[in-house]
Design a protein around this ligand. Structure first.
Ligand code: MG
Length: 203
């Protein structure tokens, strides 16, 4: 399986990092070794001093497709979840300055804690979904999918022109504002609406 992630998909997050608003989705990948499941802890690596959380809604692809039309995109996923796109902001900043790829800043081991996936049918409107991240019980990020620049179905249509999506692939759909650093000892908890779906301790 593969993880496809979208950067700069919420206006206020673009502003907080002083990035340019994209005219097309910004797409990157993480390797499958980035995944942390079952609320496993994250071990802070030595190569970074500035790892940030980015809470994001996830979509799990349920069947193979390419050149998927936006109107048919919902047929390609049945479940959603929540995850954290851990980012080594210091490494990413260096890469951005030199115009180099983000892979190591975004794709390191454990950089993608993911929740269990839940039936999308329980949510009346996937493009009006509240989600949030608490760190040690304090609200740090709060988003609503209505604020995405490129909604889920558009992302699937866009990405699948270039990359065949396969069953089991996971799409990270971008983070709202409020990203910030993690420290050893923090506990991160992520919710979709009022369902607590993900816990991640930092060790
Ligand atoms: Mg992100």
């Amino acid at each position: 399986m593969k993880i496809i992630a979208i950067g700069r998909n919420y206006t206020e997050h673009i502003a907080e990092l002083k990035n340019e608003r994209p005219s097309e989705p910004v797409v990157f990948m993480k390797p499958d070794t980035a995944i942390l499941k079952n609320n496993d802890p994250f071990y802070y690596p030595e190569f970074s001093q500035d790892i940030h959380y980015e809470v994001e809604i996830l979509v799990k692809i349920s069947k193979e497709g390419k050149y998927i039309q936006e109107k048919f995109a919902p047929k390609y996923y049945d479940t959603i979840g929540i995850g954290i796109d851990f980012t080594a902001r210091d490494l990413q900043q260096k890469a951005k300055e030199k115009g180099l790829p983000w892979l190591l800043a975004k794709g390191f081991n454990g950089s993608a804690p993911i929740s269990d996936f839940v039936d999308k049918g329980q949510f009346p409107d996937l493009q009006n979904l509240n989600f949030r991240l608490e760190v040690d019980g304090e609200l740090k990020q709060q988003g609503n999918t209505s604020l995405m620049l490129f909604p889920i179905d558009q992302l699937i249509a866009y990405v699948s022109q270039f990359i065949t999506l396969k069953k089991g692939d996971i799409l990270f759909t971008g983070t709202p504002k409020g990203v910030g650093p993690i420290q050893r000892g923090n506990t991160l908890v992520a919710y979709v609406e009022d369902q607590k779906l993900l816990t991640c301790e930092i060790k």
